[in-house]
Write a new protein. Sequence first.
Length: 417
Amino acid sequence: MHDLVVVGAGPYGLSIAAHAAAAKLDVRVFGRPMASWRDHMPDGMYLKSEPWASNLSDAAGERTLGAYCATQGLTAEHGHPLSIDTFTRYGLWFADRLGVPVEERTVTSVAGHGAGFRVETADGYTALARTVALAVGVTPFVRLPRPLRAPELHHAGPALVSHSSDHRDLAGFRGREVAVVGAGQAALETAALLAEGGARPVVIARSDRIVWNTPPQPLVRGRMARLRAPHSGLGTGWSSWAWSELPAAFRLLPGATRARVAATAMGPAGAWWLRERVSDVVPIRLGHRLLRAEPLGRADGVRLELSWVGGATGGSGGDAATRTVETGHVIAATGFEPDLRRLRVLDPLLRGGLVTVRGTRAPRLGGTFESSRPGLFFAGLLAAPSFGPSMRFVYGAGFTAARLVGGVRRRVAAGRR
């Protein structure tokens, strides 16, 4: 029986595996390395976070993004965005140096097995483990607005609706009209790439304005500037600093407060370097709420019914009205929602017995990311209602890996005794 099986090989899974290998645990890692980044993000995208805040974590702190870039003759520089392609190659470089192999097996089931767990894969392999860390990324948790979930939009020949994470290549939309729903980085960058690739996108957003991040302040600043707005892995300012640097303290807040902050903090915004590629290039319909969606007559497009608040900027000063938009395809860049019900890899009996954070469908986690089922650990998005917004970003991987592996070591030692 293995000490630990890590399910998932993205930034969190790889970081956990690196710390576990350094701790001399008997660890197995199942998953496709950097799968979300390799398979679910279009060519041409860039990291929104700063390079120094995008490191995977190893126990020695040596295998940073900057260290990888140095081996490639690249510069990871503050204020200069790096491409998703570079970050993906960094993740693969990190995986090659784990000290344990990453096995590209698809896990189909994690179930209880005595005091431990049974992990089954699509190729018929079974592994037994004392502990399991689920680091499955965000793709199981896509959020689609209710009107876009109608079966006829997904089964009328080619799908008429997709999520922004469904696309590795946007070239197939050349010459077509595409409605992009959302107001955050994914929506705005997807729209920019569509326009630059010859498509005709329009952004539809509920909010009455697009929020654009400002260029980052220099890393080296005077004392007063640092006190007014400290740097952090999630941005500049005291609230960003608190969410990124104090995840252990966040867990001590009341459950309802944690649920609210995890869902609303670090809201939709576009990167400063993206603004000129969107403003006056891509039409943006603000103040529009999606009411209904249906296929056009021959299923060659989508008709959207929108509720609109009048006024030049879609502000709240006008009268509500209904508008209809017809488009060839809808891409929902509407984010992800932590929801255990969507984690189909987890045995229903095991899943149904987990205690959740009040007001959410995410597992309630202890200080080492251990759930109410002893030996079952969670990392990434599902940990956000317990440890805060940093768990939605790569930056949270370092805190997670060190704490989680410490919990695994204690659980394994207790089991052996």
